[in-house]
Write a protein that binds this ligand. Structure first.
Ligand code: IMP
Ligand code: MG
Length: 181
C-alpha cells in the first residue's frame, strides 16, 4: 500500500492499552446490570468493538447498525441510519451501550442517542474510542471515552477515507496530498 499518512498519532500498543482501560470501566459499570445490549456502529467501530468486546465479562447481546455522514473528509451534515428496521424491538427495555469510533461534530452520536431513546431503551450510554479536539457542533457527555485525538482527518483502526485504510493497525493522520480536492 502507498503510504498515505504523515504521522502515527496513536500506536497499536497505545490503542490496546486504552481499550483495556475502557473495558475495565465498562465491566465495573455493568457488573450488576441485566438485559445489556451493545450497539456497534458500522463501519468505523468494527475493529474497536471487536477488541473491546473480547474483554467484556458480563452477559450482553451485540447488534450492529450502520450510520454514515461523511463525504471525503467533510461531515455532510446529515446522518443516515441504515439496517435499523429490526432493531427497535431488540432495543426496547435494554441497557444499551452505543459503541462508536469517534466523536467529531457530534451529529451522529446525538442522532443515535435520540433514536435509541425513541426505541424505548431502559438506559443508553456511549462508549467511544476517540474524541476529536474541536469545538463540537453538538456537545455530548461521553460515558466511556478512550482518548482524545488532535484536529486532523484520521485513518486506521476502522476509520476510513473514502472506504480505504481501515485496516491500518494504528491511528494516523491522512497526508494532505492524498486528500482529493
Ligand atoms: P460526527 O457526526 O461528525 O461526530 O462524525 C461521526 C462519524 O464520522 C464517525 O463515526 C466516523 O465514522 C466519521 N469520522 C469523523 N471524523 C473522522 C476522521 O477524522 N476520520 C475518519 N472518519 C471520521
Ligand atoms: Mg462512524
Amino acid at each position: 500500500m502507498t503510504v498515505v499518512y504523515d504521522r502515527i498519532l496513536i500506536s497499536t500498543e497505545q490503542l490496546q492499552q486504552v481499550i483495556g482501560e475502557m473495558a475495565r470501566r465498562v465491566n465495573a459499570a455493568y457488573a450488576e446490570k441485566e438485559d445489556c445490549l451493545a450497539l456497534v456502529i458500522l463501519e468505523g467501530a468494527k475493529y474497536f468493538a471487536e477488541d473491546l468486546l473480547k474483554k467484556i465479562d458480563f452477559p450482553l447481546d451485540v447488534e450492529f447498525m450502520k450510520a454514515s455522514s461523511y463525504l471525503g473528509t467533510q461531515s455532510s451534515g446529515t446522518v443516515n441510519l441504515e439496517n435499523a428496521d429490526a432493531l427497535p424491538a431488540k432495543i426496547a427495555g435494554k441497557n444499551v451501550l452505543i459503541i462508536d469510533d469517534i466523536y467529531d461534530t457530534g451529529r451522529t452520536l446525538s442522532k443515535l442517542l435520540n433514536w435509541v431513546e425513541g426505541c424505548g431503551a431502559a438506559d443508553v450510554k456511549t462508549c467511544i474510542l476517540l474524541e476529536k479536539e474541536i469545538a463540537h457542533d453538538v456537545s455530548i457527555d461521553i460515558d466511556f471515552l478512550g482518548t482524545s485525538v488532535e484536529d486532523a482527518f484520521v485513518i486506521g483502526y476502522g476509520l476510513d477515507y473514502n472506504h480505504q485504510y481501515r485496516e491500518l493497525p494504528f491511528i494516523a493522520e491522512l497526508a494532505a496530498e492524498h486528500i482529493q480536492k
